[in-house]
Design a protein around this ligand. Structure first.
Ligand code: ASP
Ligand code: MG
Length: 450
């Protein structure tokens, strides 16, 4: 639909009554926003996950009270909470019942059913917040739209079925001019069971709904006014980026910047739907547009920093003129489910950093003694920790001859452990000592952006 925007508000944006009111005003001010996708209020999903993991009665009562308190705090500020209070009561009773079931036996289907209640509650309350600002909105159970497989906890959408559901359920409402409020994160499997798309899945929901509605854009409202040239906590002078490409945003997310992850926006990327990121608390500050082909495309776009890196250096004289050494090494790493981030090789050695995303442990903890023993059978192994990866993100970084000189001239006083340059036209990575990481970021930012 030519003029339709899908807006998504994250957990901090709907954390309390004041935050929800700010979101409601954003929705009301933009006549193109016809579909609103919400997360659960901040903290609620974590509490529900804890309940779904099964706990004994006193702990259960404590967690339930915390969930209840977050909802009560919002309800108490409504002028007329009447009906919605009853609906929330009912959902809280469900949660209590499901949590008790989880304390007897957990299951992934039960977990999804239980944690879906966070988004159910935030959306019910948000409709009332809008109503009290004289805006009429229609609450839609997103499970009647987003169809998924039965992979509980990280369900994959069935795009075709979702399209059909959207045509039947959403489209008529929007054609009638209604404002739709619905849940992120949740779907329904072919057996009618509730599923979830994985933590942080509301962005994915919003992008998916935008795709099936053929929306003109997806507006991701969060607690930061867009994406910055680097972490403003390290460089107070960091600049907001007005437009950037999906590819650049992907590089930034990969290298540790806390921005939206394009993997979660896949439907928008593949359907070429622009994505906006802005702050619901300060919409007047503007934000960042992420698009397929933004103009201009500057050489330097941003600097991302990823701390706590582990460098593994593997050397073997057998590597000289030998075939299959790297294959051997990677087979061993794969067997131990280690994924490699950056890599450089020389004639007799290979140095690589380990991807620790998705695990709570540090890179070093990924290196089990079994793995190290196995590697030691084919080469000598050296492990360095206390490192940080500084990634410079931009465009055509491989084309401009003076770039390397400028970068390495700027940080020549710091010891660089590894450089990865040339594999991607969108990034140059250097591995430095953790203690120098912030200074390296500051120096590069000053030279290239200020
Ligand atoms: N409420 C869910 C979570 O906390 C989904 C989301 O916020 O995107 O993971
Ligand atoms: Mg979230």
């Amino acid at each position: 639909m030519a003029n339709l925007s899908v807006a998504k508000f994250g957990g901090t944006s709907v954390a309390n009554y004041a935050a929800m009111t700010a979101c409601a005003k954003i929705v009301i001010a933009d006549p193109n926003t016809r579909v609103v996708v919400l997360s659960a209020s901040a903290g609620v999903t974590n509490l529900l996950v804890a309940l779904a993991n099964g706990c004994e009665a006193t702990q259960r009562a404590k967690l339930l009270a915390e969930v209840r308190q977050i909802q009560e705090n919002i309800l108490n500020e409504l002028k007329d909470a009447g009906t919605v209070r009853l609906e929330i009561e009912e959902l809280l009773t469900n949660i209590e019942y499901l949590a008790e079931a989880a304390s007897l036996a957990t299951s992934s289907a039960l977990t999804d059913e239980l944690i879906s209640h966070g988004e159910m509650m935030s959306t019910k309350i948000f409709v009332q917040v809008l109503r009290e600002l004289n805006a009429q909105a229609t609450w839609v159970d997103v499970r009647t739209v987003v169809a998924t497989n039965s992979n509980f906890g990280k369900a994959a959408p069935d795009d075709e079925q979702t399209q059909k559901n959207s045509d039947n359920v959403l489209k008529p409402l929007i054609d009638r001019g209604e404002l739709v409020i619905t849940q992120g994160f949740i779907g329904r499997d072919p057996n009618g069971k509730t599923t979830t798309l994985g933590r942080g899945g509301s962005d994915y929901s919003a992008a998916l709904i935008a795709e099936v509605l053929n929306a003109k854009d997806v507006l991701i409202w969060t607690d930061v006014a867009g994406i910055y040239s680097t972490d403003p906590r390290i460089v107070p002078n960091a600049q907001r980026i007005d437009t950037m490409s999906f590819a650049e945003a992907a590089e930034m997310a990969t290298f540790g910047a806390k921005v939206l992850h394009p993997a979660t926006l896949l439907p928008a990327v593949r359907s070429n739907i622009p994505v906006y990121v802005g702050s619901s608390k300060a919409p007047e500050q503007g934000g960042t547009w992420v698009t397929r082909d933004p103009q201009p495309r500057p050489t330097f776009r941003a600097i991302a920093l990823r701390r706590d890196q582990t460098l593994l250096t593997l050397s073997s004289l057998n590597m000289l003129h030998a075939q299959g050494f790297l294959a051997n090494v990677f087979n061993i790493l794969a067997k131990h489910k280690i994924s490699v981030d950056t890599i450089t090789t020389s004639e007799v050695s290979v140095a690589l950093t380990l991807d620790k995303t998705g695990s709570a442990s540090s890179g070093a903890e990924l290196l089990s003694s079994d793995l190290l023993n196995e590697l030691s059978e084919v080469c000598t192994v050296k492990v360095d920790t206390g490192l940080a990866l500084v990634a410079l993100i931009g465009n055509d970084l491989h084309l401009s001859a003076g770039i390397a000189k400028r970068i390495f001239g700027t940080i020549e006083e710091y010891n660089i452990r590894m450089i990865s340059y040339g594999a991607s036209t969108n990034n140059i990575c250097t591995l430095v000592h953790s203690a120098h990481a912030d200074d390296v970021v500051r120096a590069l930012h000053k030279e290239l952006f200020e």
